[in-house]
Design a protein around this ligand. Structure first.
Ligand SMILES: NC(=O)c1ccc[n+]([C@@H]2O[C@H](COP(=O)([O-])OP(=O)(O)OC[C@H]3O[C@@H](n4cnc5c(N)ncnc54)[C@H](O)[C@@H]3O)[C@@H](O)[C@H]2O)c1
Ligand SMILES: [Zn+2]
Ligand SMILES: [Zn+2]
Length: 361
């Protein structure tokens, strides 16, 4: 059977998001059909709309979602109808060279649904990050469903499906932040503020939030920043050095992803420190750095895809911390909106008015 539901689609580069009837097939082998409850609006959805990820239009947007499994394919055992799940974009294969080395967080062959969702005229949709959850129902690989506590607020925990996990993981997994470390986070949107929260959770004693928008800095303080730097007014490299005894931070996280913010991160870290790039650059961007500085300053330059998370390990652990009051996921939900307000939500994101707008379906 094919299900006809409403979904938020972008048909061409920079076109407005339109609500379309989409056709979602019943799950085949290895697949699960999920009724979506909530889905956050992430900057990556905007990157898709702008054609900055790839040109495979039309896109079915949305990928930070909580839902309830409504049907599974014949061979699926890990989830069952009725399970509350957060969707993930890292359903590990168990067989690639990364998985074989015991490093499934780098899996090079993650699973998505095999069947395609389409528009009514049969045009195949590309689901954002293999999820496509600005829709009443979506079809994913069963491994993309991480079972979670049904008591937790779906809007809050769904954000672990992308941005919040990416930020927390950039600090605790990729950056390996330890008790007593100094950490600076450049760019304090949903991802950056999550990195601030992750650094605080890991026991960093100096957590410096940097943004060009003072509103973002206030929210970062609520989530664990010990200091803030408005980089539209002062040189963030100097400011971070001053706040760390003149040395620079042990870990600097770039949650913007532009050459200028990466350079700030590079020079704002201490000798032998770590830079983590979690913001996503666009294709035309290039980076120029004196190679002698790359060598001379030592340390490591890392990139963080999805916070190097393993959804099955990290989502339930972070939801436990949330339910114990140690991680304030509610603070990321700035507003709850309906599916016809996504375009407006992009505008608010651009204006810096929200950490996350969450669509309730
Ligand atoms: N690596 C991953 O797995 C992953 C996952 C999700 C999102 N992302 C990426 O992370 C980035 C941030 O996403 P978001 O949802 O938090 O976006 P957002 O738009 O909510 O936040 C971006 C923040 O950066 C600030 N900013 C912009 N330019 C700046 C500058 N020059 N200096 C300092 N601050 C600046 C903005 O004021 C804003 O607060 C995006 O590039 C997104 O695509 C990466
Ligand atoms: Zn793999
Ligand atoms: Zn995202």
């Amino acid at each position: 059977m094919v299900h006809k539901v409403k979904g938020a689609v972008v048909r061409a580069k920079n076109a407005d998001v339109t609500l379309e009837t989409i056709l979602v097939p019943d799950p085949g082998p290895g697949e699960a059909l999920v009724d979506i409850l909530t889905c956050g609006v992430c900057h990556t959805d905007l990157h898709y709309k702008q054609g900055a990820i790839n040109d495979d239009f039309p896109f079915l947007l949305g990928h930070e979602a909580t839902g309830v499994v409504s049907a599974v394919g014949p061979d699926v055992t890990e989830v069952a109808p009725g399970d509350r799940v957060v969707l993930n974009w890292r359903a590990v294969c168990g067989e690639c060279r990364a998985c074989a080395k015991g490093q499934p967080q780098y899996c090079f062959n993650t699973h998505n649904a095999t069947q395609k969702m389409t528009l009514e005229d049969g045009t195949e949709l590309t689901a954002a990050l293999g999820i496509g959850a600005f829709a009443e129902k979506t079809l994913v690989a069963a491994g993309q469903c991480t079972k979670v506590d049904p008591e937790a607020d779906p809007a809050a925990v769904g954000l672990l499906g992308c941005g919040v996990m990416a930020g927390i993981g950039a600090a605790i997994n990729t950056g390996n932040v330890k008790r007593g470390d100094s950490v600076a986070v450049i760019g304090c949107g949903g991802v950056g503020v999550a990195a601030v929260a992750g650094a605080a959770l890991a026991g960093a004693t100096t957590v410096i939030a940097v943004d060009i928008d003072p509103k973002k800095l206030e929210r970062a303080k609520d989530l664990g920043a010990t200091h803030t730097v408005d980089s539209s007014a002062v040189d963030p490299v100097e400011a971070i050095r001053e706040l760390t005894g003149g040395f620079g931070a042990d870990v600097v996280i770039d949650a913007v992803g532009r050459p200028e913010t990466y350079k700030q991160a590079f020079y704002a870290r201490d000798l032998a420190g770590t830079v983590v790039l979690v913001g996503v650059p666009s294709p035309e961007m290039t980076l120029e750095l004196p190679l002698l500085d790359v060598f001379g300053r030592g340390g490591s330059l890392k990139s963080s895809w999805y916070g190097d998370c393993l959804p099955s390990r990290d989502f339930p652990m972070l939801i436990d911390l949330y339910r114990q009051g140690k991680l304030d996921l509610d603070a990321f939900v700035t507003e709850r909106i309906t599916i016809d307000q996504i375009e407006e939500a992009f505008g608010k994101m651009h204006a810096g008015a929200v950490l996350r707008s969450v669509v309730e379906l």
